[in-house]
Write a protein that binds this ligand. Sequence first.
Ligand code: GDP
Ligand code: MG
Length: 179
Amino acid sequence: VANLHKKELNFKYVVIGDFGVGKTSIIQRYTDGEFSSSYKVTIGADFAVKTLEWDEELRIHLHLWDIAGHERFGTLTGIFYRHSVGAALVFDLTRPETFKSTLKWLTDLRNKVHLPGGQPIPTILLANKGDVTTNTLPNDIDVFCKENQIMAWYITSAKDNVHIDDAMIRLTHAALRNH
Ligand code: GDP
Ligand code: MG
């Protein structure tokens, strides 16, 4: 029997990182279950929704915001970040320079959005394209996360659908604690 009184929550997550690291692919994989090997550059801020039947009483709609073509500026408008309660910071294991950029994205994020109490929003780090290589995984990644208040990191693959669900669930547990 459907629970007609299920509580509904909407959580906005931003997905950030350099051009080509796989942000759009991760969002599409998570929300549509699909992967395409062609580049899709859309201009403007886009979002896609994933609905989680969290438990008997709760349904959560995750709004995953994609920066969609604005990566080159390295900084985003405050409107993009506004009201977000979680962030996925993505880099590309096939291009180690994209890991260097994560600090720049993190700085932009932390400058532009906070929880109502002033704390940083929960953030996860995704080392994407793990299906291609993991040899390039930075060996200081644990230290980096600790120093920068990143709650967890995952090796992901949008292509093979690896660890994307786990990462989003982890982020959602944190978002729920702050709710
Ligand atoms: P964005 O610019 O960060 O949104 O990156 P895209 O999602 O457009 O991906 C850039 C390119 O990398 C595309 O050709 C994707 O098909 C490819 N790509 C994305 N994720 C993966 C992945 O996990 N593995 C592999 N092998 N390719 C990926
Ligand atoms: Mg994109």
